[in-house]
Design a protein around this ligand. Structure first.
Ligand code: SDX
Length: 392
C-alpha cells in the first residue's frame, strides 16, 4: 500500500502477457511507469529521463542520463536517401501514412547489421528509433506544407529540437516559447506508455515473430492511427469544431447516447479506466495553464469543458463509467502549440515509441517468450463435404 491506493499486482490477472513496465488500475485511476506514479513523473521528470526509465527499469543517475542523451542526440539524422521517400507521397498524404512508411523503411537502412538476439543491437535500435522519430515526424509535416526539411540541431534538447525541425523557416530565425517545449515534453511523458494497449500489443505480437524493431514499431504506428485508439485526439478536435459552441453540447450528448447513431463522444471512455484517466486530469489542468501562458484563447476549450460537464452528469455516461481519456484535452494544447490536427496522432506516436520499444525489448529478454498466437471461438459451419458446381 503506497498510502494512496492499494497495489494489486493481480489486477487484470486474466491477462496472458507478463510485463514489468507499466501498471494500470482502471478502477482506481492509477498509472505507474516502473512503479513511479504518473503524477510524480509529470511534475518532476522529463521525456528523455522517462524513456530511459521505461527502457532500463530505473531512473538514471547524472552520468547515465548524460550518456543516454548523448546517444540520442547523435542518432537524430535520417539517412539522406530517406528524404526521397517523401517525394513519392501526394502533398496532402496523411502524416500517419508517411510516418508508418518511413519508419518501416528504417528496416532497409539498419536491418542488415541488426541481430534481434543481441542486447547491444536491441539497445542501438531503441536509441535510433527514439532519436529519429521526431526527425521523421517533422519531415512529414514539412513535406505536407511544401517547406524544406530542417536538420536536427544537436545543441538543442530533445523537444526543442523537434519544434525547431517543425517550425523553423529558412528566412528568419525561430524564436521558440519555452512554454511550448515544456508543455510538449509533459504531453510526451503522459503518452509514453500504457501497458498492453492495442498498438503496444501489436508491437509485441509482430516482435514475437522475430521481426526487426523498425517493422514492429511501424505496425504499432498503423494500429495507433485508428480513431478508437490514438487517432482519437485528432477526432476529438474535429468533433469539437463540429459541435462549435457550448449551446450545441446537449445535442451532441444526445447523439452519443443514441444506439442508432454511430456518433460517439471521442476522447471519452476506455477499455481499462472505469474512473478518471489520470492523464486526462493532468492534461485538463495543463490546458488552462498553457493557453494562458501562451496567451491563446481557444473557444473550443469551453466547448470541451461543457461537454465533459454535461456527460459526467448524464446517467448514460455515469452508468457506463465513461470518463474523459488521454485524448480528450490533448488536442487543444497541440493546437495552441501550432501543431495541425493531422499531426496530433503523430505526436502520440513520437511519445509512444519509447513504450513500444521498451515492450519489444522486454519480450526479447523474457525467458521462454514464444511467438504470439491468439486463439478464437469458432462460429463457422460444421464439417461438410465438397459439392460439385452442378449441385450448388
Ligand atoms: C486510447 O488501451 C489503451 O490504453 C489506449 C490508450 C493508450 O494510452 O494507449 O489509453 C489510448 O486509445 C484512449 C481511447 C481513445 N478512444 C476514444 O476516445 C474513442 C471514443 N471511445 C470509444 O470508442 C470507446 O470508449 C473505446 C474504444 C475507448 C472503448 O470501447 P469499448 O470497450 O466498447 O467501451 P466500453 O466497453 O467501455 O463501452 C461500454 C458502453 C457501450 O455501450 P453499451 O453497449 O453498454 O450500451 O459505453 C458505450 C459503448 O457503446 N461507449 C460510448 C463511448 N464509449 C463507450 N458511448 C458513447 N461515446 C463513447 N465515447
Amino acid at each position: 500500500d503506497t498510502g494512496h491506493f492499494t497495489y494489486d499486482p493481480g489486477y487484470g490477472s486474466t491477462a496472458s502477457t507478463k510485463s514489468a513496465i507499466t501498471y494500470i488500475d482502471g478502477d482506481q485511476g492509477v498509472l505507474l511507469y516502473r512503479g513511479y506514479p504518473i503524477e510524480q513523473l509529470a511534475e518532476k521528470s522529463n521525456f528523455l529521463e522517462v524513456s530511459y526509465l521505461l527502457l532500463n527499469g530505473e531512473l538514471p543517475n547524472k552520468a547515465q542520463f548524460e550518456s543516454f542523451e548523448h546517444d540520442i542526440t547523435h542518432h537524430t539524422m535520417m539517412h539522406e536517401a530517406q528524404k526521397n521517400f517523401f517525394q513519392g507521397f501526394h502533398h496532402d498524404a496523411h502524416p500517419m501514412a508517411m510516418l508508418a512508411a518511413a519508419v518501416a523503411s528504417l528496416s532497409a537502412f539498419y536491418h542488415d547489421d541488426l541481430n534481434v538476439d543481441d542486447p547491444a543491437d536491441r539497445k542501438m535500435a531503441a536509441i535510433r528509433l527514439i532519436a529519429k522519430m521526431p526527425t521523421i515526424a517533422a519531415a512529414c509535416f514539412r513535406y505536407s506544407i511544401g517547406w524544406p526539411v530542417r536538420y536536427p540541431r544537436n545543441n538543442l534538447e530533445y523537444v526543442t529540437r523537434f519544434l525547431h525541425m517543425m517550425f523553423e523557416v529558412p528566412s528568419e530565425p525561430l524564436t521558440l516559447n519555452p512554454v511550448a517545449a515544456k508543455a510538449l515534453d509533459l504531453l510526451f511523458i503522459l503518452h509514453a506508455d500504457h501497458e498492453q494497449n492495442a498498438s503496444t500489443s501489436t508491437v509485441r505480437l509482430v516482435g514475437s515473430t522475430g521481426a526487426n524493431p523498425y517493422a514492429s514499431i511501424a505496425a504499432g504506428i498503423t494500429a495507433l492511427w485508428g480513431p478508437a485508439h490514438g487517432g482519437a485526439n485528432e477526432a476529438v478536435l474535429k468533433q469539437l469544431e463540429e459541435i462549435g459552441t457550448p449551446d450545441n453540447v446537449e445535442k451532441a450528448v444526445l447523439r452519443a447516447k443514441d444506439k442508432n447513431d454511430s456518433f460517439r463522444l471521442m476522447g471519452f471512455g476506455h477499455r481499462v479506466y472505469k474512473n478518471f484517466d489520470p492523464r486526462a486530469k493532468i492534461i485538463r489542468e495543463m490546458c488552462h495553464k498553457v493557453l494562458a501562458e501562451l496567451g491563446v484563447n481557444d473557444p473550443l476549450l469551453e466547448v470541451a469543458m461543457k461537454l465533459e460537464e454535461a456527460a459526467l452528469k448524464d446517467d448514460y455516461f455515469v452508468e457506463r463509467k465513461l470518463y474523459p481519456n488521454v485524448d480528450f484535452y490533448s488536442g487543444i494544447i497541440y493546437k495552441a502549440l501550432g501543431i495541425p490536427t493531422e499531426m496530433f496522432t503523430v505526436m502520440f506516436a513520437i511519445a509512444r515509441t519509447s513504450g513500444w520499444i521498451a515492450h519489444w525489448i522486454e519480450q526479447h529478454e523474457t525467458p521462454g517468450s514464444r511467438i504470439g498466437r491468439p486463439r478464437q471461438i469458432y462460429t463457422g459451419a460444421d464439417v461438410r463435404d465438397y459439392t460439385p458446381t452442378a449441385k450448388r
